[in-house]
Design a binder for this molecule. Structure first.
Ligand code: NAD
Length: 478
């Protein structure tokens, strides 16, 4: 069993054939859309353990229960939500016609039509979710799709290709596998829409390539998601929730807390509380199967490079749990907390995306806000505190893809709310109805009445003497 296409020629031929099949088939009924989504659900249900095992092997250690929760159940949530609501989403929407045509029987409506073939490029950190969740919305909107899983998780990518080949005609949903070279070619194809999940740097190249064919893009990128701990926050609760968030997937999540702003006088108390919860979650690191490994040597070297540079520049670094050695063999690492590093250090510029966290002490909350606003716009922002006025102030004076208050990483779990970035953290949305709209063409239709009044009203050339006066009389302020 193979199923994967991995050549440029194969990809290009598949895309042409898929686009032709889409046009030949015409309208895609609700029943057909639901049946396609159900087939994706069925293959996830059938192969969930094999997929969890593949992710475990690809990471060199990722708890299978976590893979089921994040990737399988997360994807099933998106798919079932779309399956059960798409019929309500896809109906034409009546719109009021303008005066005086509305009095003469004109009609207007908006149709939500599928665009055609959606290309979907996924990441390694959430290898199924970044493919299947956009796929749910793309199929709900009546599209076909070609998926490109990340080459960093090769077993998972191969298995995804195999199970789709079993359940789908590739003219409906196809899978191509390969590395950055193939991915680059993928983004230069004339898709009808492209969804890219990945880093901001690669996102720029994706958008450049897509521009050649005027392919609309949804870019789900990353960035340094900040946390502001207000003075009114329950410090132990905030530290505990941040520790839980940071321990998830070894910190390798696009919305993982990256920089935490803490009131200066509470810094040591915060560190103690963080260490306490992190130690409860991960009392050991070496050989602990609950600790998700850094995915490969390249990413480990990247994160360690940030840490070494910060240390050389004089930053204080705390290792949690403090007393235990790292395990270089299987890339499991304690959490490294970097306190007030120099502003120009790499860890202050680059998304960490691993088991490290920056703490910055502040005196006034507006300093934290100014620092966030001086940086590229993040994918997520978190605020802890009971001060409603400060909470509103933070929300109204910052911009991020989404927000969770008094916790971290919760808002993307909403199936019925848009998920996406802003500025450097991306553009466009998926999840729920907003995802359906993203992958639909909103096509406005105007149906004219039988009678055309323009001649009778002197609105057509040759213009009579009243035309200018009649138009001028309508130029009003209210
Ligand atoms: P990446 O950008 O290295 O790779 C992502 C995908 O892009 C892979 O499938 C890869 O094959 C492909 N790719 C690589 N080079 C390419 C090129 N030149 N042109 C086109 N495609 C190319 O990212 P990654 O390391 O897999 O994932 C980590 C990044 O993804 C982080 O920045 C993280 O924040 C972000 N992310 C974002 C979300 C989100 O929903 N916004 C979710 C997960 C991860």
């Amino acid at each position: 069993m193979s199923g994967a296409i991995s050549s440029v020629e194969g990809l290009s031929a598949l895309l042409s054939a898929q686009k032709a099949a889409f046009i030949a088939a015409g309208a895609v009924s609700a029943a057909e859309r639901k049946a396609r989504i159900q087939r994706v659900i069925d293959l996830l249900v059938q192969h969930h353990m094999a997929l969890a095992e593949a992710m475990d092997a690809d990471f060199g250690g990722r708890p299978q229960g976590y893979s089921l929760m994040n990737d399988v159940l997360g994807s099933l949530g998106s798919l079932k939500h779309a399956r059960d609501r798409l019929e309500g989403w896809m109906g034409d929407e009546s719109r009021p016609a303008f005066f005086p045509y509305d009095q003469m029987g004109a009609e207007a409506w908006v149709m939500y039509q599928p665009k055609g073939t959606v290309g979907i490029i996924g990441t390694w950190n959430a290898p199924l979710f970044t493919l299947f969740s956009p796929l749910a919305c793309a199929l709900a909107a009546g599209n076909r799709a070609i998926l490109k899983p990340s080459e960093v998780v090769p077993r998972t990518a191969q298995l995804v290709a195999e199970i789709f080949a079993e359940a789908f005609d590739p003219l409906e949903v196809g899978v191509v596998t390969g590395g950055a070279d193939l991915a680059q070619v993928f983004t230069a194809q004339p898709f009808d829409h492209l969804v890219f999940t990945g880093s901001t740097a690669v996102g720029k190249s994706v958008m450049r390539n897509a521009a050649e064919n005027l392919v609309p893009v949804t870019l789900e990128l990353g960035g340094k998601s900040p946390v502001i701990i207000g003075r009114s926050a329950d410090l132990a609760n905030a530290a505990s929730r941040i520790a839980i968030g940071k321990a998830t997937n070894g910190g390798q999540i696009c919305i993982s807390p990256d920089v935490v702003y803490v009131p200066r006088e509470r810094l040591e108390d915060f560190l103690a509380a963080l260490a306490s919860t992190y130690g409860e979650l991960n009392p050991t690191v070496a050989g602990n199967p609950d600790v998700v490994a850094v995915v490969n040597a390249r990413h480990l070297a990247r994160v360690e490079g940030y840490l070494q540079q910060a240390q050389a520049a004089g930053a204080r670094i705390l290792s949690l749990p403090e007393t235990l050695a790292a395990d270089p063999e299987n890339r499991r690492r304690p959490l490294q907390v970097v306190i007030d590093p120099p502003r120009d250090s790499q860890i202050m510029q680059e998304e960490i995306f691993g088991p490290a966290l920056v703490l910055l002490s502040y005196d006034e909350v507006d300093q934290a806000i100014a620092d966030i606003n001086a940086r590229p716009r993040p994918l997520a922002l978190y605020y802890f505190g009971e001060d409603a006025e400060e909470q509103r102030h933070v929300l109204e004076h910052t911009l991020s893809g989404g927000v969770t208050l008094n916790d971290v990483m919760m808002h993307p779990a909403l199936h019925d709310a848009p998920f996406g970035g802003v500025g450097a953290s991306g553009m466009g949305h998926y999840h729920g109805r907003e995802g359906f709209i993203e992958f639909s063409h909103m096509r406005t239709v105007f149906k004219s009445p039988a009678y055309d009044p323009r001649r009778e009203w002197g609105m057509l050339p040759p213009y009579g003497e009243h035309y200018l006066a009649a138009m001028a009389a309508q130029v009003t302020r209210d």
